[in-house]
Design a binder for this molecule. Structure first.
Ligand SMILES: [Zn+2]
Length: 480
């Protein structure tokens, strides 16, 4: 697509809230003797390139535009007004900062006048406004509606602008025109059958193929009554046969509820547990793990056969439905070690590990460096901790082969904050590359050469996008 949406003279404003990351007049590193290494110059050159290069977004939870236009917000009972921008993920920081549960409910309620909601947010706003979650929302509000600060005065304008923006074509307006985002990969239940199939591509959400066996949506779609474990294998295979050609990857989110220490459990050991589960009988946690482990490898085997990468959630837990205090960090801590074991166990499988396994990201550099079948996806990381994400990328470039990283995924259900998130990411990418040049790790020329593969080339290669886009271009999911 064209780069004209991010005009060269415009890049100065893409530096986030109140910062000027470029045009610094710092000292030239002594002994470099290279005029272009003057921080002001090189940061400007790199930033300009990063902002004018199309980005491929490898992870979102967007609902299709037609559903958003149909007044659907998807996240619980959150209302379709300006507060929707806060509903994913900024609401978590609001609760964590101490917002009372009742205020939280009223803030997102469709029964409260949107204009009156500022009073509910006002006490907590100064406490959360600096986090990555808030920055993404603030930058989006600034870029989409021209509103710099939230206040009693600006909320009516924000509400009006929010409503006006939600109109046919607004996804492409926000993502492509404003964000220079070429395409997005969406994780929806069980797949996203978008009306823009080569713009919003889909993952196959595989969790329910492993955790909620029985007569669920997956079995019903396959029209199979899954009486035996063999039947369940057929359900799994049906999904790959039906959709394997059209999805870009599979997505597994089991790290939210268990460790990712999946052992290879033979059929005979898993079968008796399946029989218990299917009859509605209780099984022990050990038995449950056995069955899930067995099914994990069956699913992963199918993905590998269909040349689909296996995307896995790792690290930090999102706080769904306004629940705080839910994360077992001791369990999370083991994710990198187990990720390495998975790579070793199935060398033909292409694993993509999400979110830099935050906060255990140093370990993920070791995993990606060591295992040929490990790729890291930085989705979500830029707003969990923007500074850590920048440092991670910097370290990655000088530690791991540069074809093994996917740089951006907004990880959002609402489309609007994806823009803010992408600007934080572009800023961080430009800064990481600039610092590497300033610190004499790579040359300016090398930094410039890295921009295309990091922002889109790696994704094109890893997800076979040329081939997929041909198949998806004129696809009507409903006629499959
Ligand atoms: Zn996600």
């Amino acid at each position: 697509m064209s780069n004209k949406s991010v005009k060269r003279r415009d890049f100065f404003r893409y530096v986030g809230i109140g910062t000027v990351g470029i045009g610094l007049s710092g000292a030239v590193p002594t002994g470099s003797g290279i005029q272009e290494k003057k921080p002001g110059n090189l940061r400007k050159t790199i930033t300009e390139k990063v902002f004018s290069t199309p980005l491929i977004d490898t992870h979102e939870h967007l609902i299709d535009e037609k559903d958003r236009l149909g007044n659907r917000t998807l996240i619980g009972t959150k209302s379709n007004d300006w507060t929707y921008l806060f509903s994913h993920y900024l609401d978590s920081d609001m609760l964590s900062a101490g917002m009372p549960a009742d205020d939280y409910k009223r803030f997102f309620s469709a029964d409260v006048d949107p204009i009156k909601k500022w009073k509910i947010l006002e006490p907590v706003w100064p406490k959360v406004k600096h986090t990555g979650y808030a920055q993404a929302v603030r930058i989006s509000i600034k870029e989409l509606y021209g509103i710099e600060e939230l206040s009693e005065e600006s909320i009516p304008r924000l509400q009006k602008a929010y409503q006006e923006m939600v109109a046919p074509g607004f996804y492409k307006k926000i993502l492509q025109e404003k964000g220079n985002i070429e395409s997005c990969q969406v994780n929806s239940y069980p797949i996203l059958k978008s009306e823009m199939p080569d713009f919003l591509m889909s993952d196959l959400w595989a969790d329910s193929l492993m955790t909620y066996v029985g007569n669920n949506d997956y079995a019903k779609a396959a029209n199979i009554d899954p009486k035996t474990l063999k039947d369940w294998h057929r359900v799994i295979e049906w999904w790959f046969e039906k959709y394997g050609k059209y999805v870009v990857a599979i997505k597994i989110g089991q790290a939210y509820s268990r460790g990712i220490n999946f052992d290879r459990i033979p059929y005979e050991e898993a079968e008796p547990v399946y029989n218990q589960v299917i009859q509605g009988k209780q099984v022990t946690p050990e038995e449950k793990k056995k069955l899930e482990d067995h099914l994990f490898w069956h699913v992963v085997g199918q993905a590998t056969k269909w040349d689909l990468p296996v995307k896995m959630h790792l690290g930090y837990h999102a706080q769904w439905a306004g629940k705080t205090n839910q994360m077992d960090l001791a369990m999370v801590r083991n994710n990198p070690a187990d990720a390495g074991r998975l790579c070793d166990e199935s060398k033909d499988t292409r694993f993509i590990f999400f979110h830099i396994s935050y906060p255990y990201y140093e370990e993920m550099l070791a995993v990606a460096k060591q295992f040929a079948n490990a790729t890291i996806d930085m989705c979500w990381a830029w707003i969990i901790n923007p500074v850590a994400a920048k440092d991670f990328l910097k370290k990655f470039i000088v530690t791991v082969p540069c074809n093994k990283i996917l740089i951006f995924g907004g990880d959002y259900t609402p489309v609007e904050p994806v823009l803010g998130h992408s600007i934080i990411a572009r800023n961080g990418i430009a800064l990481a590359l600039s610092e590497l040049v300033e610190e004499n790790h790579i040359s300016l020329n090398e930094a410039m050469t890295l921009v295309d593969p990091l922002l889109n080339g790696n994704a094109r290669e890893i997800f076979r996008l040329e081939k997929k886009q041909k198949v998806l271009k004129n696809l009507n999911w409903n006629t499959l």
